[in-house]
Design a binder for this molecule. Structure first.
Ligand code: 5RP
Length: 225
C-alpha cells in the first residue's frame, strides 16, 4: 500500500533526530509502530536509548524488540518524542487520538524537548476537522460533556469496541469522537474543551510539534515551527 510505504519513509526520516544516550518518547498508532520497529533495529545495532511509551501497546511492542524502557517516576525530561498524527494543518496544529492514546501522548509531548511528528501525505490538510476530534472524558460526565460539545456544532459519538461495549483508554476513560467537519477556530475550541469539567484531554495539539515529516510518495517533506 502506498500509505504504508509513506509511513515507513517518514518513520525512517525521523531516525536522524535520535542520538545515543537520549530518552525517547514512543508514540502510538501504525506510523509510530513503524518508528518503534526501526528504532528496535538501531538498538540491536548498539544505539543506547531509553523509551517512554505513550500506550500499553507501544510499550509492549518496544519491550518485545528489546528497547529499554523508563517511566516518569525515573525521568521527567524527554529528549525527543516521535509520534504519528491523524491530521496536521499549515500551522503545524495536530489532531490526534484516533488510536485512543491522546492523553498519554499529550503528557509525553509536553515533557519533550523535541516533538517530531511523522505522517503519510493523507494527514496533511488545509483545515483540521475532517477526521473526528477525539475527546477523552471521565465516564461520570460522558452524557453531559457530549451535550455540551454538540452545542458547539459537533456530531458526537461515544467510541465503541467491535462488540458494542464502550472503548476504554489506558487510563480507564471513555472517548467521544466529535465530528466538526471543518474546525475554523482550532485554538479557541481547544481552550473551550480544556475548560469543560469532565473532559480529561482533547486531541488538538496546538503549538506542540517542533518538526513534521510528511512522506509524499518517495520524498519526505520536513516542516518546522
Ligand atoms: C493515536 C494517535 C495516532 O498517532 C494517530 O491516530 C495516527 O495513527 P496512524 O499512524 O495509525 O494513522 O494519535 O492516539
Amino acid at each position: 500500500m502506498a500509505n504504508d510505504l509513506e509511513k515507513e519513509g517518514a518513520a525512517r526520516a525521523s531516525l536522524k533526530y535520535i542520538k545515543d544516550g537520549q530518552v525517547v518518547g514512543l508514540g502510538t498508532g501504525s506510523t509510530a509502530a513503524c518508528f518503534i520497529r526501526l528504532l528496535g533495529e538501531e538498538v540491536k545495532k548498539g544505539l543506547q536509548i531509553r523509551g517512554i511509551p505513550t500506550s500499553v501497546r507501544s510499550g509492549e511492542q518496544a519491550a518485545n524488540l528489546g528497547i529499554p524502557l523508563t517511566t516518569f517516576d525515573e525521568c521527567q525530561q524527554i529528549d525527543v518524542t516521535v509520534d504519528g498524527t491523524d491530521e496536521v494543518d499549515p500551522q503545524l496544529r495536530l489532531m490526534k487520538g484516533g488510536g485512543g492514546a491522546l492523553l498519554r501522548e499529550k503528557i509525553v509531548a509536553s515533557a519533550s524537548k523535541q516533538y517530531v511528528i511523522i505522517a503519510d501525505a493523507t494527514k496533511h490538510v488545509p483545515v483540521l476537522g475532517k477526521f473526528p476530534l477525539p475527546v477523552e472524558v471521565i465516564k461520570f460526565a460522558q452524557a453531559l460533556v457530549s451535550k455540551r460539545i454538540a452545542a458547539l456544532g459537533a456530531e458526537v459519538t461515544l467510541r465503541r469496541n467491535s462488540d458494542g461495549s464502550p472503548y476504554l483508554t489506558d487510563e480507564g476513560n471513555y472517548i467521544l469522537d466529535c465530528h466538526f467537519s471543518k474546525i475554523r477556530g482550532a485554538d479557541g475550541l481547544a481552550n473551550k474543551l480544556s475548560d469543560m469539567p469532565g473532559v480529561v484531554e482533547h486531541g488538538l495539539f496546538i503549538n506542540m510539534a517542533s518538526v513534521v515529516l510528511i512522506a509524499d510518495g518517495t520524498k519526505v517533506i520536513e516542516l518546522k515551527r
